[in-house]
Design a protein around this ligand. Sequence first.
Ligand SMILES: Cc1ncc(COP(=O)(O)O)c(C=O)c1O
Length: 410
Amino acid sequence: MTAVKYINNRLSIDKVSFQEIEKAFSTPCYIYSEVTILNNLNDYSSNLSSSDLVCYSVKSSNNLAILKLIASNGYGFDVVSKGELQKALYAKADPKKIVFSGVGKTEEDLSFAIKNKIKSINVESYSELKLINKLSKKFDEEVNIALRLNPEVSSKTHPFLDTGSKDTKFGLSEDELSCCMKLLENGDNINLKGLAFHIGSDIRDFSSYEKAIKVMLKKFNTISKIYPLEFLDVGGGLAIKYFDEDQTIKIKTFVEKVKQSIPDNINLVFEPGKSIIGNAGFLLTKITYKKNKDNPILIVDAGMNDHIRVPLYGAKHKILPAHKTNKTQKKISVVGPICESADYFDKNFKYDLDEGDLLVICSSGAYGFSMSSNYNARLKAPEVLVKNGKAKLIRARETFEDLIYKELDL
Ligand SMILES: Cc1ncc(COP(=O)(O)O)c(C=O)c1O
């Protein structure tokens, strides 16, 4: 399902045209569709039981208004830092619905998580578990954990997005797992509640999940003979359609397949990011300059600091003109203004547009704004949420003061 369509030749998101949005908030600008976010979440939860949990992966987009929307609809969160946990709690998330992943959780991260009694710290190394054990004694607090295993299953995705292969830094290897099991024998304050895995992002077919689930179920059966495990956390990673022809698995089908592969008595935790917010978000940008008659180059006002997925992952995003046109040409490039040759959005764009025209970079809601930076001393773009047919600012465009306020004059 897509949130955008042309109405009277004007590309519109939930009936609000991008031209109107540009008038109100200028460019570059991120825009999200509230209804799409909620529909995607509902596609996960509608076939789950009340003891299963959907934990939105905060790293994909962490705007407070979006977190509040998700929390107020009863969903949980997957966080990877103290900052994400603080933001989720600030957005009134229920701590009992928060899981904390990540290979490098610091003492500060873990202390904060323990004090806030979250659902589960998903442990990724023996050293981390030793630290949790020490902190649980120091604070005299019980801690609920899951062991995130490395299932040694690679997913057919970009190498930077593969997190389930043996040689990645993620999850517990067999050796680390046996050390953890020994520690748990004497870890009085630690409750092992579940097992977890996350094999990567942008995964388009179920076969890697199937393999990983098999590995995990074996472990689940063995470990649950010793500890009363409650849940299996199957991570996130489901791909979205960037183009209509992309072969992906629908959320509902994915949930059904996971459920079919796992016995009913095991509660499930899902950690989706991209499949919730990816197709709900758009980056609006304006053409600043056009150069070259042959193989024209459109230089737009958004750059890789605003959206880094193309150079980082070789991602391809559909780009549409905000005003419908039939004027096409071959091999147009859409590039950003940044001093890096990697700063481009498309090298095969077909719409022959002019300076001042608006472009919409689709499916950019996940890992778009949340990975943006101030590179080239550029101000981060504003974020706008379209809700009930109205576009509302949910993060203001940064100013020069934002850029320098942490810097000290010597
Ligand atoms: C542990 C964990 N869970 C969930 C996710 C979300 O993945 P996606 O946005 O692809 O659904 C990630 C992404 O990197 C992750 O590392």
